[in-house]
Design a protein around this ligand. Structure first.
Ligand code: AMO
Length: 434
């Protein structure tokens, strides 16, 4: 729309047209206010009933909440107005009237259940604190991309419809692809490795991953955003350095550019950029420390996966982001390389936030024979992965990488209770639309 002024840009003395939603109409008798809201904020429109044209007053005050209007008038200084200015209207046009029966209250005065909010995301996003989450999400993704470019990575996008799974068979979503069985991709794992072996060398991808998770929990989604990295001539230590840089860059960018959003979310005072190196604990140390907390009914033994309560106990003990390294090879996937000196150990690592796991990564098995053996050990048919394995015969350098859960990064950064708060239209066991 031509000549439209955002509410935050309206300056006293301007002749301006503002456009947005009717946040509230406050009728005080002889004087009344319409509060108009747009992406940048709110502005007060003043109606003096005795001094203005009746039609204008009627239109301005009769309009239902959340209708879309444009208002043309003079911007004047008004210290008592919430933003210090108000508009004295010459014309008001109702562009799109809203049904007075709203499924939720965008002013936030009446709370709504999460499911009602997710069913009506358009209205939900009209609330400042919900808008703030998605402004921050956008900033996190921007900063992440910039950080990857800083360390020499090329952004790639890889297929989401694939012939094989990589992260365990039970979590696959099958689909029909021209009469053949196909799947929604669980991870760009194999594609990003194939690109680490190309002349691109260092690649990243930010895209959807699909998991038919059994769990319907506050931290699992069936479609999540994965922030993936893969780098040639990198080992797992290098990959840990890269992910540490990315996480810190995301926090720094939010601290620097989202002060208002953090204020809106009520977390500005508690928000801090993680400082110093993230501690790197071995899996063995991790289980010892978990056992020492006494939080678990049964002591963990070598080879156990870390249960959620164990992760929480360790998180509370460490008190910040930390890595768990040197996992037993048997609980890491086929593409993870074993330790050079001890076959029982792998180069796999996880990056943890005190509340939950954010990242898995590791150095990859780049030696053809070892890779094929690994497939067989995990009961996978190497022939099905021939498109992948054969490239390991034509010069595959050592490489390493990681996958970082985008929504989990946001959830932990903003202290959200439920991962669904960080996704516009979440996919979970109950939710397939909108
Ligand atoms: P992994 O399966 O551990 O590793 O996934 C990596 C990270 O992605 C996030 N994540 C999820 N977030 C929300 N809901 C889910 N259902 C979900 N599943 C995963 C987590 C997790 O730590 N290919 C490897 C990565 C690699 O080695 O490069 C992989 O996918 O934050």
């Amino acid at each position: 729309m031509q000549d439209r002024t955002y509410t935050e840009d309206a300056e006293p003395g301007d002749e301006a047209t503002v456009a947005g939603w009717v946040h509230e109409v406050r009728d005080l008798g002889g004087i009344a206010f319409l509060i108009l809201r747009d992406a940048t904020g709110k502005i007060q429109i003043k109606f003096e009933k005795d001094e203005m044209d009746d039609d204008l007053v009627e239109t301005g005050l009769g309009v239902s909440r959340e209708s879309v209007v444009t208002v043309t008038g003079t911007v004047e200084e008004e210290p008592r107005a919430p933003t210090g200015v108000e508009v004295v209207p010459e014309s008001v046009e109702v562009i799109a009237p809203a049904d007075p029966e709203l499924p939720l209250d965008p002013s936030g005065k009446v709370d709504a259940e999460l499911s009602t909010r997710l069913d009506n995301r358009t209205l939900d996003l009209r609330k400042d604190e919900v808008q703030a989450i998605f402004e921050i999400r956008s900033e996190v993704l921007r900063a992440t991309r910039e950080q990857f470019r800083e360390v020499g990575c090329t952004e790639i996008t890889t297929p989401k419809i694939v012939a094989t799974g990589t992260e365990g068979g039970t979590e696959l979503f099958p689909i029909t692809y021209f009469g053949r069985e196909a799947f929604m991709n669980q991870s760009p794992q194999l594609f990003k490795q194939l690109m680490a072996g190309s002349n691109l060398e260092r690649v990243f991808e930010i895209g959807p991953i699909f998991r038919a998770e059994e769990h319907n929990t506050p931290r699992h989604l069936n479609e999540a955003t994965s922030i993936d990295f893969e780098g040639a001539f990198c080992d797992h230590h290098d990959a840990m350095d890269v992910v540490e840089g990315v996480v810190k860059a995301a926090y720094e960018a939010v601290a620097e550019n989202c002060a208002e959003e953090l204020e809106t979310l009520g977390i500005a005072d508690d928000f801090s950029v993680p400082e110093g190196e993230f501690p790197r604990l071995s899996y063995e140390e991790a289980i010892e420390r978990i056992n020492a907390t006494g939080e678990l009914d049964e002591q963990l033994v070598w080879g156990d996966d870390l249960p959620t309560e164990g992760e929480k106990a360790l998180g509370a003990d460490v008190g910040g982001h930390y890595f768990i390294t040197d996992w037993p090879s048997e609980i890491k996937p086929f593409y993870i390389m074993d330790d050079d000196e001890d076959e029982e150990l792998s180069t796999g690592f996880d990056l943890m936030h005190p509340r939950m796991e954010l990242v898995s990564g590791g150095q990859r098995e780049h030696r053809f024979e070892h890779l094929v053996e690994g497939f067989e050990q995990q009961g996978l048919d190497p022939d099905e992965f021939e498109y992948y394995t054969k490239m390991f015969k034509y010069g595959m350098p050592p490489h390493a990488g990681f996958g970082l859960g985008g929504e989990r990064l946001l959830m932990t950064m903003l202290d959200l209770d439920n991962i669904r708060e960080a996704v516009l239209f979440p996919r979970d066991r109950q939710r397939l639309s909108p």
